[in-house]
Design a protein around this ligand. Structure first.
Ligand SMILES: Nc1ncnc2c1ncn2[C@@H]1O[C@H](COP(=O)(O)OP(=O)(O)OP(=O)(O)O)[C@@H](O)[C@H]1O
Length: 729
């Protein structure tokens, strides 16, 4: 077509007119390559150009220089902007110099073709780099595959040959071994070589990776150049539009382009096609730009949303912190209020505790500072079937009455005590217990008194009665109580007596009081009065016997000197001490009792309580006294043994002295004969002021012991009539 016609035209022919020369140059550029011969031809085609075409020629030369030589693209990139600005300037100047519309169209077409050419060169260079990179990657993959193949072949060969050789004779094996060693050496050498190769390949790989990263950077640069190019294309599109408008305007201004230049129509059509193509590209670019701006807008919206979310989170965080600070302050106030409440509750508790102590003491005083219980033991297995002498008229009510019936053969009602014709001795005490009463029931009545010791009073509980009537059983329990207390709780042993139960009660109360700031120290002492001598039952065996005596201090309190005092850790420890001391007690088998106590035994628990917050101090003591039993020398058989005779005489003497002391107190005599015996001397504290005393009179149910029982009951009645000085604390 026109293009081919222009190419085939000779320079002289081309010089025929400027329009023809323009189209000739345009045609050349559209087929332009990097080949020098083409350049020459194209260059020659400008030879016939006059001064007005010199700018176009120089533009073409500049364009040529860009397309030549390796690295030329990269070299000229930095100058691209300047070049394009220059080109634009030239275009403007060319357009100004044009005298006709056709000339302007020509100038513009050359400009557009330059731009297209520039674009093609850039894209080609980028594709070349990518292709080169792909080649290098393929090369590396191939090398790696070769290495893998070699390794697999080597190991497969070695294994199969070895398996074949296993069945060979020894010499053959040696030979094979030698051969294999040589082969191994060879393989090692090959392996070394392949390792070297691998190293070299790795180095190559590193170089390639460097190249790759350099190419990636260059590619990135190219892409950015492309983007710039697109921008420029957009600008040029705008200019194209302006020019087209101008062109339309010029077309309209001239009467008819067909008339003015009928030979230019095909060129105009071609130019219009090019313009249309460019417009399509520009439209595409505009679409991409729109998409990008949409994406950008979306991203911006997302960023805005995130910013808003962040602001909301900040606000809620601040609100939470403020709420936390408020809650913290509230909590502190509540804590301070709670502390104040606790302090006030503690103070109130302290007050009410003092009040309770006072009231409890008043109750004890109303009941009498010296009280008497009476307990009749059941007949022993050896005594079953023997006549019994006691009736309990109010046992289902107050349990205060007991009646001794003289003639058991007379019919006597157990509950009413009605026995027509029989002699009866009715007695009334603070509490009576028949043979059914358990150790627990006994202690329930004693516990209130023990509580007084924790409250800071001196409390004495002693058992009085004829031999074999149940004193030791009531105070300590039977043998199992002392041997079988390893159970979790001491009182689980039903036979446990008052001593063990008192310990349990004291330690439980101390634990409760500890929760209210009280700290208690409990000390344990145990001694016996045997034949008018005091013996320390807690003294370590083998130690020299200390001189123990009872002394009266200025306040009229008796102190037994040189006794071993053991601080007690807990009830179990106390029980162990009790067991240890009991084994040292003087016991003997008599006709009346297999385990008869031949001494008066006094167990003392001293309590010292202190309240750090208030500075209050409480000191109290519990004296638990198991008296020796009164006995008739004849019936007990003690009269036949001088030692037992002496023991019995001392026992009876001290019990008689106790009777005299009680009589003196009961009849409010000024002189009370405490000094008559050791027993009465040490009991001054328990029968004097500041003391709460309980006497438990134990009785045998048998008729044959009726006389002794009557004596015991009469003694108990005398004690019941006593009034001790009021305890004041
Ligand atoms: N309430 C009771 N229930 C069951 N058995 C009892 C009871 N009271 C005493 N006994 C038993 O009667 C026997 C004599 O009791 P105990 O040794 O306590 O008498 P005692 O008054 O201490 O005698 P002594 O003055 O000679 O020491 C013991 O075997 C004891 O277990």
């Amino acid at each position: 077509m026109v293009l081919e016609a222009s190419l085939s035209a000779a320079p002289a022919k081309v010089a025929a007119g400027p329009a023809t020369r323009y189209f000739a140059s345009l045609g050349n550029q559209s087929v332009m390559s990097c080949d020098g011969s083409d350049d020459e031809v194209a260059s020659n085609q400008f030879e016939g150009y006059s001064a007005s075409d010199s700018i176009l020629k120089s533009s073409y030369a500049s364009m040529q220089s860009r397309s030549h030589g390796p690295g030329s693209i990269a070299d000229v990139r930095s100058n691209d902007m300047d070049d394009f600005v220059k080109m634009d300037l030239r275009l403007q100047m060319e357009l100004l110099n044009c005298s006709t519309a056709e000339e302007q169209v020509l100038v513009y077409k050359v400009y557009v073709s330059k731009l297209l050419h520039e674009l093609v060169i850039t894209e080609t260079a980028s594709e070349d780099v990518e292709y080169e990179l792909q080649l290098k990657v393929n090369e590396i993959a191939q090398l790696q595959r070769r290495i893998d193949d070699l390794t697999v072949i080597e190991s497969a060969q070695t294994m199969s040959e070895f398996e074949d050789s296993v069945d060979l004779p020894l010499e053959e094996l040696h030979r094979v071994l030698k051969q294999k060693n040589a082969e191994i050496k060879l393989h090692k050498a090959r392996h070394k070589r392949s390792e070297d190769d691998t190293q070299a390949l790795r180095a190559q790989l590193v170089t390639l990776e460097h190249d790759l990263s350099r190419s990636t950077i260059a590619n990135r640069q190219l892409k950015s150049d492309l983007a710039n190019e697109s921008k420029r294309r957009e600008e040029s599109h705008k200019k194209t539009t302006v020019l087209r408008d101008k062109l339309d305007h010029l077309r309209k201004a001239s009467s008819s382009p067909k008339k003015a230049a009928p030979g230019l129509e095909p060129e105009l059509a071609a130019a219009a096609e090019t313009i249309e193509r460019l417009e399509q590209q520009l439209t595409h670019a505009a679409g991409v730009t729109r998409e990008l701006s949409t994406a950008n807008a979306e991203l911006q919206a997302h960023v805005d949303a995130l910013t808003r979310q962040h602001a909301q989170l900040e606000a809620s965080h601040e609100a939470l912190e403020a709420a936390l600070a408020t809650k913290d302050a509230e909590l502190r106030r509540a804590l301070a209020a709670a502390d104040a409440k606790v302090a006030s509750a503690e103070a109130r508790f302290h007050q009410s505790e003092s009040l309770r102590r006072k009231l409890h003491n008043q109750v004890m005083e109303l009941k009498g500072n010296i009280r008497v219980f009476c307990r009749v033991r059941p007949p022993l297995p050896s005594e079953r079937g023997e006549a019994e002498v006691f009736v309990f008229p109010d046992y289902d009510k107050e349990k205060r009455k007991v009646v001794l019936v003289a003639d058991s053969r007379a019919h006597t009602s157990y509950m009413t005590g009605e026995a027509p014709g029989a002699k009866k001795w009715p007695f009334e005490f603070d509490q009576v217990f028949d043979w059914r009463a358990t150790q627990e029931e006994m202690f329930d009545e004693v516990a209130a008194l023990v509580q007084s010791a924790v409250d800071g009073y001196n409390v004495s509980i002693f058992a009085y009665g004829q031999t074999g009537s149940g004193k030791t059983y009531t105070m300590q329990g039977d043998e199992t109580a002392l041997t079988n207390f390893s159970a979790s709780r001491l009182v689980d042993n039903a036979n446990m007596g008052i001593v063990g139960r008192t310990m349990t009660h004291i330690f439980a109360t101390c634990a409760t009081q500890a929760a209210h700031g009280w700290t208690y120290q409990v000390n344990f002492e145990m001694y016996e009065i045997y034949n008018e001598n005091i013996r320390d039952l807690m003294a370590a065996p083998g130690q020299p016997v200390k001189d123990i005596s009872a002394l009266l201090d200025a306040d009229g309190n008796v102190h037994v000197t040189n006794l071993t005092v053991v601080p007690v850790e807990d009830e179990r420890h106390a029980m162990q001490l009790l067991k240890q001391a009991t084994t040292r007690r003087s016991m003997k088998k008599t006709q009346r009792n297999d385990v008869s106590s031949r001494s008066h035994c006094i167990t003392t628990l001293r309590l010292h309580g202190s309240h750090a917050a208030s500075g209050s101090v409480r000191t109290g003591a519990v004296y638990l006294i198991d008296l020796a039993g009164s006995e008739r020398l004849k019936s007990s058989g003690s009269g036949n043994d001088p030692v037992m005779l002496k023991e019995a005489q001392n026992i009876n003497k001290s019990l008689a002295a106790l009777g005299n002391v009680i009589s003196a107190i009961a009849s409010k005599k000024t002189h009370v004969p405490f000094r008559d015996t050791k027993l009465t001397y040490v009991l001054q504290n328990t029968l004097g002021k500041d003391s709460k005393t309980l006497m438990i009179c134990t009785l045998s149910p048998l008729e044959e012991h009726r006389e002794e029982s009557l004596n015991t009951l009469r003694f108990a009645k005398k004690v019941n009539a006593c009034e001790l000085a009021l305890a004041g604390k």
